[in-house]
Write a protein that binds this ligand. Structure first.
Ligand code: WAQ
Ligand code: MG
Length: 259
């Protein structure tokens, strides 16, 4: 009886909170910032404020549109493990990208696909979401190449977050940026059909990127891009033929990191 009550209660007070901020330039939406999480209802109000402040004071510039979506999660989120974190220090983008390439090759991504991925993160047009690239052929398979696939409906359990904060603090990297990227990478790595991920921030002052997968964990690589660059992006390397299943999982399936 108590068990049933608890289950209903816990699934009913969880919300998916999403933010996207953009500015219209030459009739097109220039992406400035995005964020998403799953939160209990009492945390929604401070989080809305936090997302708003993040959007309005963003290093990519001032937005003229901020869209915040609050949607009830009707079901119990899937629980997934958090990826282990490591850091590789490199002193320039060529060195950082050489080690990223080495790791991705070992994960089973082809040279061609890796080249396609770096072209995407180096493109002058940044996407709001991620590109999906076939790990063998390097073919791009996301249906909307301008927008990409936005990973959504993901969060971290509060107790897990506290433990994680303590661990990251010990490494001097207990920041929202690292924690949010780690939760996202953990959801992506938990997706069947995704072999690995490459991420380069589009923030001009954030030069650390990462490669990640279930086997290699979350591997941070410093100096993966030049300071001051507005370029960046995410690429998910995929295999198999269930692209729509992959997209549905990334966008729609509620997932909580917990351990
Ligand atoms: N789903 C899919 N793609 C996304 C999402 C999302 N929820 N959020 C961002 N992207 C894509 C989009 O193309 C952005 O242009 C790009 O990723 C970079 O996003 O441990 O800050 O939010 O120190 O700028 C890495 C942290 C931080 C490394 C990455 O990404 C570390 C970061 P940003
Ligand atoms: Mg950014």
């Amino acid at each position: 009886m108590y068990g049933i009550y608890y289950l209903m209660k816990s699934s009913n007070n969880l919300w998916s909170l999403r933010m996207r901020a953009s500015r219209t330039e030459n009739g097109k939406a220039f992406h400035i910032s995005g964020a998403e999480g799953i939160y209990e209802d009492e945390r929604i109000q401070p989080k809305i404020r936090e997302y708003y402040l993040r959007a309005i004071h963003h290093p990519r510039g001032r937005p003229d549109s901020i869209v915040i979506t609050i949607e009830r999660i009707g079901v119990e989120p899937l629980e997934i493990p958090i990826l282990p974190v490591s850091t590789l220090n490199r002193s320039s983008p060529p060195e950082a990208r050489a080690v990223a390439t080495e790791i991705l090759l070992r994960a089973g991504v082809s040279e061609m696909a890796i080249r396609v991925a770096f072209d995407i993160v180096d493109s002058r047009i940044t996407m709001r979401g991620a590109a999906l690239v076939m790990a063998d052929s390097g073919l791009r398979v996301e249906p909307d190449r301008e927008r990409g696939v936005r990973v959504s409906r993901l969060g971290i359990d509060r107790a897990t977050e506290r433990k994680l904060s303590r661990r990251l603090h010990g490494q001097g990297i207990n920041t929202t940026t690292v924690k949010e990227a780690l939760v996202l990478a953990s959801k992506v790595a938990s997706c069947d059909g995704i072999i690995a991920e490459l991420c380069v921030s589009d923030d001009p002052d954030y030069t650390t990127g990462y490669v990640a997968s279930k086997d290699i964990g979350y591997v941070r690589i410093t100096n993966i891009k030049e300071r001051g660059s507005m370029k960046g992006g995410r690429v998910f390397f995929v295999s198999g033929d269930d692209v729509s299943g992959i997209i549905h999982y990334l966008e729609k399936t509620p997932v909580m990191v917990k351990r």
